[in-house]
Design a protein around this ligand. Structure first.
Ligand code: SF4
Length: 379
């Protein structure tokens, strides 16, 4: 009998929220980055191709079951309606994932976990081809990769992956500043980032590079911003995606913060860092801030044309009075505001004022520690 469940890894990029998740490898092949807790304590495993294929068949079985249900149970054949019904009470996480994927059109898949590219290329090609043959509605297949692995792959291997159907790779660049990469034990250098990123771009696979704002802390923020921009300029990825540092128990960086070896930057300092990063970018990437940890999530646009527009958003925030900046910061961190315009909503503004009163000792200013605590609830 066909199993009605399959393996799922812990994470996917925010932009892959509606993708079918197929776990091609387990955990992280590096697993040492100080700022990351996701796979700590878990051993990396290459999954046998046959096992991954079984999971793809299980996803298809769930899909077919939902299609059959759409005809049988009075939904008039509407897959969206039946998927919506399953989403409210899914029998398993795998069902939930398939229903969500179908509800949103069933066109994209994301291969988990942290560095799928490390699979032997023929195996990865086989998985991608099987996925497309088994679920032909999928037109976009994406995955995470490490720069180091992308730098080691031969150009013809990356081309073969692209031809098989690999549309996009998401790489955690984090920073382009070597001393910071070393301190964070990222296991790559700026040169690796450039080589790996360029290899991917040259193969035709779309590339999304992730940058972590605040990663340099109070000490290295300038170099982090400037050197990261230099590396990105040399790669010229299709997308640059921004996240902001959060520090949780379980991350080696958490202990560094406790010992006082790493001093975190404040939200306002991070905005200054982002300004420096954007000012130094000279590439054609689409810049996106679609992560809940980012203070100014609305900073988005095509470089270089939208650079001034993005910098204007930063100026708009920086030119607010200190009280209004703090109102926005707290409102954003407690989930009242999504963007600066939301401050014009009187009710939301009042709610943010109340949040400040409640969360601060003096009724006026919420400490950075409390702000960090609020941010860490999101991840
Ligand atoms: S390579 Fe990625 S998943 Fe692995 S430890 Fe570093 S940040 Fe975490």
């Amino acid at each position: 009998m066909m199993p009605d469940s399959f393996e799922l890894g812990p994470i996917r990029p925010p932009s892959e929220a509606y993708s079918l998740l197929i776990r091609a490898t387990k955990n992280c092949s590096w697993n040492r980055c100080k700022f990351c807790h996701i796979y700590k304590g878990q051993r990396f495993e290459l999954r046998p191709v046959e096992e991954v294929k079984k999971d793809i068949l299980a996803a298809k079985a769930i899909q077919d079951g939902l299609k059959a249900l759409a005809w049988k149970s009075g939904y008039g054949g509407s897959l969206e309606a039946v998927a919506a019904a399953v989403l409210s009470n899914p029998p398993s996480q795998a069902y939930f994932n398939v229903a969500l994927w179908l509800y949103h059109g069933g066109s994209s898949a994301f291969l988990q976990d942290a560095n799928t590219l490390i699979m032997p290329t023929p195996d990865l090609v086989e998985v991608i081809k099987f996925l497309k043959e088994t679920l032909p509605s999928i037109t976009q297949i994406t995955s995470y990769a490490r720069s180091k692995t992308a730098a080691k792959k031969k150009p013809e291997e990356l081309k073969a992956l692209h031809e098989a159907g690999l549309s996009r790779l998401h790489i955690g660049l984090e920073s382009g500043y070597d001393p910071l990469l070393k301190y964070m034990d990222k296991g790559v250098t700026a040169a690796d980032h450039i080589k790996g990123g360029r290899n991917v771009v040259a193969s035709g696979i779309s590339l999304c590079e992730y940058v972590v704002l605040g990663l340099g802390g109070k000490k290295m923020w300038r170099e982090h911003a400037v050197e990261t921009a230099k590396v990105l300029n040399q790669i010229d990825p299709a997308f640059i995606r921004i996240r902001t540092l959060t520090v949780k128990e379980g991350m080696p960086l958490y202990d560094e913060v406790q010992k006082g070896n790493f001093v975190r930057a404040s939200d306002e300092e991070i905005v200054e860092e982002e300004k420096l990063l954007i000012e130094n970018l000279d590439c054609h990437s689409y810049f996106v801030s679609d992560h809940i940890t980012n203070l100014l999530q609305e900073i988005e646009g095509r470089l270089p044309d939208d650079k001034e527009k993005m910098l204007a958003t930063i100026s708009r925030f920086q030119s607010l009075s200190p009280e209004e900046r703090h109102n926005f910061q707290v409102g954003r961190r407690v989930g009242i505001y999504n963007e600066l315009d939301d401050m014009e909503d009187e009710q939301k503004h009042r709610l943010a004022e109340r949040a400040i009163e409640k969360l601060s000792d003096d009724g006026k200013r919420v400490s950075n520690e409390t702000i960090y605590f609020l941010m860490e609830r999101f991840i």
